[in-house]
Design a protein around this ligand. Structure first.
Ligand code: NAP
Length: 259
């Protein structure tokens, strides 16, 4: 009697990811973790020197591009797709500018945050979506923030931009129904990265340090990278829609335990 034998296990394919904002913080940590998990990675940012160091350390490929530039992102899509299939895009490039109240915040800061967090994520996602669908096993990760879920005084422009960025993820997931692409939102609270707060406060180190002062163990870039890679490495029928994570010391956007 013949038996229905189980199909032979599929040969594991080589997975390949593009990570934006890879020259520091969460993006660089995500590149390290994906490389350690065996992925090919294209690390994207504007600073070539930092990318070169990351490439030497991890073996990632690098691509210098500004996600707010149409030309750069068109070049990125052409170069990345010429290099083979793309299975994951981690839209991590982003950040905050200023912490002024609504009444006095600078239009230019808001414009910059929308250009980077919202339109940057949209632009790169649009450019790589055909390749992600064509891979037959695609993932779009959107690095939002707890600022995408609730507000705080002085958060205005960043909160608005991250809320908008979040809706790229929620809407795209609906629009991709039936396609082999997951859409995953990662929303961290306070993460002590070397540049995020420094950039937010225009290089003012004292203001940047005050953000984390007395906080027992803010999240690290690696904590967030760990979460990103966990979502990407679930079986592909499992879509982690949204992962909100904070340090234990931070219970909301406005309440943080400080020594
Ligand atoms: N740190 C936090 O507390 C926190 C909390 C929640 C969410 N997040 C989000 O997590 C993401 C990463 O944050 P992080 O803390 O790791 O920040 P970070 O250390 O300041 O890193 C930001 C990265 O984005 C890149 N970048 C900035 N503008 C870019 C542009 N126009 N084109 C391409 N790359 C650009 C930067 O590299 P180049 O300057 O070399 O381009 C850098 O690699 C952001 O989306 C942020 O909003 C951060």
């Amino acid at each position: 009697m013949t038996q229905n034998l189980p199909a032979s296990p599929a040969v594991p394919e080589q997975l390949r990811a593009v990570v934006t904002g890879a020259s520091s913080g969460i993006g660089a940590a995500t590149v390290r973790r994906l490389r350690a998990a065996g992925w090919d990675v294209v690390a994207v940012a504007r600073r070539a020197d930092r990318l070169a160091a990351l490439a030497a350390e991890t073996g990632a490929s690098v691509l210098v591009a500004d996600v707010t530039s149409d030309d750069d992102v068109a070049r990125l899509a052409a170069e990345v797709t010429a290099g083979g299939p793309v299975h994951a895009l981690v839209n991590n490039a982003g950040g905050a500018q200023g912490a002024a109240p609504i009444a006095s915040s600078a239009l230019e800061d808001w414009r910059g945050m929308f250009e980077l967090n919202v339109l940057g994520t949209l632009r790169v996602t649009q450019a790589l979506l055909p390749a992600l669908v064509a891979s037959g096993r695609g993932d779009v990760v959107v690095m939002t923030s707890t600022a995408a879920h609730d507000t705080y005084p002085g958060g205005g422009g960043y909160v608005a931009a991250k809320h908008a960025e979040r809706q790229i993820a929620t809407t795209l997931r609906l629009e991709l129904i039936g396609q082999p692409v997951r859409v995953i939102e990662i929303a961290p609270g306070m993460v002590a990265t070397e540049e995020f707060s420094l950039n937010r406060f225009g290089g003012d180190a004292a203001k940047a340090e005050a953000v984390y002062a007395g906080v027992d163990a803010p999240l690290t870039a690696d904590d967030v990278a760990d979460a990103v890679v966990w979502t990407l490495t679930r079986p592909h029928h499992v879509n982690i829609d949204q992962l909100v994570m904070r340090p234990r010391a931070q219970v909301s956007n406005t309440q943080v335990a400080r020594a």
